[in-house]
Design a protein around this ligand. Structure first.
Ligand SMILES: NC(=O)c1ccc[n+]([C@@H]2O[C@H](COP(=O)([O-])OP(=O)(O)OC[C@H]3O[C@@H](n4cnc5c(N)ncnc54)[C@H](OP(=O)(O)O)[C@@H]3O)[C@@H](O)[C@H]2O)c1
Length: 204
Protein backbone atom coordinates (compact mmCIF):
# COMPACT_ATOMS: atom_id res chain seq x y z
CA UNK A 1 0.00 0.00 0.00
CA UNK A 2 1.49 3.39 -1.00
CA UNK A 3 1.28 6.18 1.58
CA UNK A 4 -0.50 8.37 -0.95
CA UNK A 5 -3.29 5.75 -1.09
CA UNK A 6 -3.66 5.56 2.69
CA UNK A 7 -6.69 6.97 4.43
CA UNK A 8 -5.85 6.58 8.07
CA UNK A 9 -7.77 6.72 11.33
CA UNK A 10 -5.12 7.51 13.94
CA UNK A 11 -5.98 7.47 17.64
CA UNK A 12 -3.59 9.10 20.09
CA UNK A 13 -2.88 11.68 17.38
CA UNK A 14 -2.42 14.55 19.85
CA UNK A 15 0.34 12.67 21.73
CA UNK A 16 4.08 12.71 21.20
CA UNK A 17 4.22 9.63 18.96
CA UNK A 18 0.86 10.49 17.38
CA UNK A 19 1.96 13.95 16.23
CA UNK A 20 5.12 12.50 14.70
CA UNK A 21 2.98 9.92 12.88
CA UNK A 22 0.58 12.60 11.61
CA UNK A 23 3.52 14.53 10.20
CA UNK A 24 5.11 11.50 8.50
CA UNK A 25 1.81 10.24 7.10
CA UNK A 26 0.60 13.59 5.77
CA UNK A 27 4.04 14.44 4.37
CA UNK A 28 3.92 11.12 2.51
CA UNK A 29 0.55 12.02 0.96
CA UNK A 30 -1.83 10.13 3.25
CA UNK A 31 -5.12 11.55 4.48
CA UNK A 32 -5.47 11.30 8.26
CA UNK A 33 -8.44 11.38 10.60
CA UNK A 34 -6.69 12.38 13.81
CA UNK A 35 -8.43 11.40 17.05
CA UNK A 36 -7.64 12.95 20.43
CA UNK A 37 -9.02 15.33 23.02
CA UNK A 38 -6.34 18.06 23.21
CA UNK A 39 -7.13 19.59 19.84
CA UNK A 40 -4.80 22.56 20.44
CA UNK A 41 -1.86 20.14 20.12
CA UNK A 42 -2.95 19.36 16.57
CA UNK A 43 -3.75 22.91 15.45
CA UNK A 44 -0.33 23.70 13.88
CA UNK A 45 -0.41 20.41 11.93
CA UNK A 46 -3.99 21.10 10.90
CA UNK A 47 -2.97 24.50 9.49
CA UNK A 48 -0.03 22.91 7.68
CA UNK A 49 -1.86 19.99 6.08
CA UNK A 50 -5.33 21.47 5.47
CA UNK A 51 -7.84 19.01 3.98
CA UNK A 52 -5.43 16.10 4.36
CA UNK A 53 -5.78 16.25 8.16
CA UNK A 54 -9.20 16.04 9.79
CA UNK A 55 -9.63 16.26 13.54
CA UNK A 56 -12.04 14.38 15.78
CA UNK A 57 -12.30 15.40 19.42
CA UNK A 58 -13.46 12.24 21.18
CA UNK A 59 -12.98 10.37 24.42
CA UNK A 60 -12.41 6.79 23.29
CA UNK A 61 -13.48 5.32 26.62
CA UNK A 62 -17.10 6.36 25.99
CA UNK A 63 -19.31 4.67 23.42
CA UNK A 64 -20.52 8.15 22.34
CA UNK A 65 -16.91 9.17 21.69
CA UNK A 66 -16.21 6.04 19.66
CA UNK A 67 -19.44 6.56 17.70
CA UNK A 68 -18.18 10.04 16.71
CA UNK A 69 -15.04 8.40 15.31
CA UNK A 70 -17.11 5.84 13.38
CA UNK A 71 -19.29 8.58 11.86
CA UNK A 72 -16.27 10.71 10.89
CA UNK A 73 -14.68 7.58 9.34
CA UNK A 74 -17.82 6.97 7.24
CA UNK A 75 -17.81 10.61 6.09
CA UNK A 76 -14.15 10.40 5.05
CA UNK A 77 -14.89 7.34 2.87
CA UNK A 78 -12.31 4.79 1.77
CA UNK A 79 -10.53 4.49 5.11
CA UNK A 80 -8.05 1.61 4.76
CA UNK A 81 -5.79 1.99 7.82
CA UNK A 82 -6.59 2.01 11.52
CA UNK A 83 -3.65 2.97 13.73
CA UNK A 84 -4.50 2.44 17.38
CA UNK A 85 -1.96 4.63 19.22
CA UNK A 86 -4.02 6.05 22.10
CA UNK A 87 -2.68 4.89 25.42
CA UNK A 88 -1.97 5.91 28.99
CA UNK A 89 0.60 4.84 31.52
CA UNK A 90 1.47 5.48 35.13
CA UNK A 91 4.89 4.54 36.49
CA UNK A 92 4.30 3.48 40.11
CA UNK A 93 4.48 0.40 42.27
CA UNK A 94 1.33 -1.66 41.85
CA UNK A 95 0.01 -1.12 45.38
CA UNK A 96 0.40 2.64 44.99
CA UNK A 97 -2.20 2.71 42.22
CA UNK A 98 -5.82 3.23 43.13
CA UNK A 99 -8.86 1.55 41.61
CA UNK A 100 -9.54 4.41 39.20
CA UNK A 101 -6.00 4.44 37.80
CA UNK A 102 -6.04 0.70 37.11
CA UNK A 103 -9.46 0.92 35.49
CA UNK A 104 -8.43 3.90 33.35
CA UNK A 105 -5.33 2.14 31.97
CA UNK A 106 -7.27 -0.97 31.04
CA UNK A 107 -10.14 1.13 29.62
CA UNK A 108 -7.98 3.19 27.24
CA UNK A 109 -5.24 0.70 26.35
CA UNK A 110 -7.42 -2.39 25.98
CA UNK A 111 -11.21 -1.97 26.02
CA UNK A 112 -11.45 1.20 23.92
CA UNK A 113 -8.98 -0.17 21.36
CA UNK A 114 -10.87 -3.46 20.99
CA UNK A 115 -14.26 -1.75 20.79
CA UNK A 116 -13.19 0.81 18.18
CA UNK A 117 -11.45 -1.87 16.10
CA UNK A 118 -14.60 -4.01 16.14
CA UNK A 119 -16.70 -1.05 15.01
CA UNK A 120 -14.33 -0.07 12.17
CA UNK A 121 -13.53 -3.55 10.81
CA UNK A 122 -16.59 -3.72 8.49
CA UNK A 123 -15.47 -0.46 6.83
CA UNK A 124 -11.87 -1.68 6.56
CA UNK A 125 -12.96 -5.04 5.14
CA UNK A 126 -14.80 -3.30 2.30
CA UNK A 127 -11.50 -1.90 0.96
CA UNK A 128 -9.26 -3.69 -1.59
CA UNK A 129 -6.47 -3.68 1.04
CA UNK A 130 -6.52 -2.65 4.69
CA UNK A 131 -4.34 -2.55 7.78
CA UNK A 132 -4.98 -2.50 11.52
CA UNK A 133 -1.84 -1.58 13.49
CA UNK A 134 -1.84 -1.60 17.29
CA UNK A 135 0.79 0.34 19.19
CA UNK A 136 2.02 -1.91 21.91
CA UNK A 137 5.29 -1.66 23.76
CA UNK A 138 8.33 -3.68 24.74
CA UNK A 139 6.36 -3.84 28.02
CA UNK A 140 3.90 -6.01 26.12
CA UNK A 141 6.54 -8.75 26.16
CA UNK A 142 8.50 -8.04 29.35
CA UNK A 143 6.76 -7.79 32.72
CA UNK A 144 8.49 -4.89 34.40
CA UNK A 145 8.33 -3.65 38.02
CA UNK A 146 6.60 -0.28 38.29
CA UNK A 147 4.54 -1.05 35.20
CA UNK A 148 2.38 -4.03 36.27
CA UNK A 149 -0.93 -2.65 34.99
CA UNK A 150 0.56 -1.09 31.86
CA UNK A 151 2.30 -4.41 31.10
CA UNK A 152 -0.98 -6.27 31.65
CA UNK A 153 -2.68 -3.94 29.16
CA UNK A 154 0.02 -4.25 26.50
CA UNK A 155 0.29 -8.06 26.91
CA UNK A 156 -3.47 -8.08 26.32
CA UNK A 157 -3.11 -5.92 23.22
CA UNK A 158 -0.41 -8.22 21.86
CA UNK A 159 -2.62 -11.28 22.41
CA UNK A 160 -5.55 -9.51 20.80
CA UNK A 161 -3.44 -8.57 17.78
CA UNK A 162 -2.10 -12.11 17.31
CA UNK A 163 -5.57 -13.64 17.48
CA UNK A 164 -7.09 -11.04 15.17
CA UNK A 165 -4.27 -11.48 12.64
CA UNK A 166 -5.08 -15.21 12.48
CA UNK A 167 -8.83 -14.56 12.36
CA UNK A 168 -8.38 -12.24 9.34
CA UNK A 169 -5.59 -14.22 7.66
CA UNK A 170 -7.80 -15.10 4.69
CA UNK A 171 -9.11 -11.57 4.20
CA UNK A 172 -7.64 -8.39 2.77
CA UNK A 173 -7.09 -6.97 6.27
CA UNK A 174 -3.57 -7.22 7.67
CA UNK A 175 -3.12 -6.89 11.43
CA UNK A 176 0.13 -5.71 13.02
CA UNK A 177 1.49 -5.17 16.52
CA UNK A 178 4.15 -2.48 16.81
CA UNK A 179 6.28 -2.32 19.95
CA UNK A 180 8.28 0.90 20.35
CA UNK A 181 10.96 1.20 23.01
CA UNK A 182 11.10 4.12 25.46
CA UNK A 183 10.28 7.33 23.62
CA UNK A 184 10.57 10.86 24.97
CA UNK A 185 6.91 12.00 25.14
CA UNK A 186 4.52 13.39 27.75
CA UNK A 187 3.68 9.80 28.70
CA UNK A 188 6.94 9.40 30.62
CA UNK A 189 7.13 11.53 33.76
CA UNK A 190 10.43 12.58 35.34
CA UNK A 191 10.59 9.40 37.48
CA UNK A 192 10.14 7.20 34.39
CA UNK A 193 12.80 9.20 32.53
CA UNK A 194 15.17 8.84 35.50
CA UNK A 195 14.63 5.06 35.45
CA UNK A 196 15.32 4.96 31.69
CA UNK A 197 18.51 6.95 32.22
CA UNK A 198 19.64 4.69 35.11
CA UNK A 199 18.99 1.59 33.00
CA UNK A 200 20.76 3.20 30.03
CA UNK A 201 17.62 2.63 27.92
CA UNK A 202 18.09 4.59 24.76
CA UNK A 203 15.17 6.99 24.59
CA UNK A 204 14.14 8.08 21.11
N1 LIG B 1 6.36 7.02 25.07
C1 LIG B 1 6.85 5.79 25.21
O1 LIG B 1 7.93 5.57 25.83
C2 LIG B 1 6.14 4.62 24.57
C3 LIG B 1 6.86 3.42 24.39
C4 LIG B 1 6.21 2.33 23.82
C5 LIG B 1 4.88 2.43 23.43
N2 LIG B 1 4.21 3.61 23.63
C6 LIG B 1 2.80 3.62 23.22
O2 LIG B 1 2.66 4.54 22.15
C7 LIG B 1 1.35 5.13 22.17
C8 LIG B 1 1.47 6.65 22.14
O3 LIG B 1 2.17 7.07 23.31
P1 LIG B 1 2.82 8.52 23.49
O4 LIG B 1 4.16 8.32 24.08
O5 LIG B 1 2.65 9.32 22.26
O6 LIG B 1 1.87 9.08 24.67
P2 LIG B 1 1.23 10.53 24.90
O7 LIG B 1 2.11 11.58 24.35
O8 LIG B 1 0.90 10.58 26.35
O9 LIG B 1 -0.11 10.45 24.04
C9 LIG B 1 -1.17 9.61 24.40
C10 LIG B 1 -2.30 9.77 23.40
O10 LIG B 1 -3.41 8.96 23.81
C11 LIG B 1 -4.58 9.76 23.77
N3 LIG B 1 -5.59 9.34 24.76
C12 LIG B 1 -5.38 8.99 26.05
N4 LIG B 1 -6.56 8.76 26.66
C13 LIG B 1 -7.53 8.96 25.73
C14 LIG B 1 -8.94 8.87 25.74
N5 LIG B 1 -9.63 8.52 26.84
N6 LIG B 1 -9.62 9.16 24.60
C15 LIG B 1 -8.95 9.53 23.47
N7 LIG B 1 -7.61 9.62 23.40
C16 LIG B 1 -6.91 9.33 24.52
C17 LIG B 1 -4.09 11.16 24.10
O11 LIG B 1 -5.04 12.11 23.63
P3 LIG B 1 -5.50 13.40 24.51
O12 LIG B 1 -4.43 13.64 25.52
O13 LIG B 1 -5.68 14.45 23.50
O14 LIG B 1 -6.75 12.93 25.12
C18 LIG B 1 -2.80 11.22 23.32
O15 LIG B 1 -3.06 11.55 21.99
C19 LIG B 1 0.67 4.59 23.43
O16 LIG B 1 -0.15 3.50 23.08
C20 LIG B 1 1.84 4.11 24.28
O17 LIG B 1 1.45 3.11 25.17
C21 LIG B 1 4.82 4.70 24.16
Amino acid sequence: MQLSECRVVLTGASGGIGQALVEQLCDGGATVLAVGRRMAELQPLSERFGERLRLVNADLTSSAGRQMVVEATRRLEGVNVLLNAAGINRFALFEALDETQIEAMMAVNVTATLQLTRQLLPLLRSQPEALVANLGSTYGSIGYPGYATYCASKFALRGFTEALRREYADTRVRVLYIAPRATRTGMNDSAAMALNAALKSQCG
